[in-house]
Design a protein around this ligand. Structure first.
Ligand SMILES: [Cu+2]
Length: 112
C-alpha cells in the first residue's frame, strides 16, 4: 500500500507532462486558453494562431471598469477592476473588439 501511494505523485507528474506537450501541438490539438491583459487603458496584444473553440481569458489589471466587446456583438464581457472573464471563440474570421466605456481601447482577434 505504501509503495502504491508513493506511485501516485509520479503518475500525476507524467500525466501533467503529457498535457504540457499537448499544449505545444499545432491546430488539431485540444482548444487552448489565451490571456489578454488589460492595463493602463489598453488591451494587451491579441494572441496569434487563434482557432475556433479556443478561449480568451480577459484579465483586467486596471483601476477602471472595462469591457471586451466584439464589434459584431458575438461577445461582450464586463470586467470590474482586478477581475477576469472568458470568451469562447465560436466563429472564425477577423473580430474587432473594443471597450464600451473607452471606445479608443481596441483590438482585433484573428480566428482560424
Ligand atoms: Cu475601458
Amino acid at each position: 500500500m505504501i509503495a502504491r501511494s508513493r506511485l501516485c505523485p509520479l503518475l500525476a507528474a507524467s500525466v501533467g507532462a503529457l498535457l504540457l506537450s499537448a499544449a505545444d501541438a499545432p491546430a488539431t490539438a485540444a482548444p487552448h486558453i489565451y490571456t489578454i491583459v488589460i492595463d493602463k487603458l489598453k488591451f494587451g496584444p491579441a494572441p496569434a494562431q487563434l482557432h475556433k473553440g479556443d478561449t480568451i481569458l480577459w484579465v483586467n489589471n486596471d483601476l477602471f471598469r472595462h469591457t471586451a466587446t466584439a464589434a459584431d456583438h458575438s461577445f461582450d464581457v464586463d470586467l470590474m477592476p482586478g477581475k477576469a472573464g472568458k470568451t469562447v471563440l465560436t466563429k472564425s474570421g477577423s473580430i474587432p473588439f473594443f471597450c464600451r466605456y473607452h471606445p479608443n481601447m481596441r483590438g482585433v482577434l484573428q480566428v482560424k
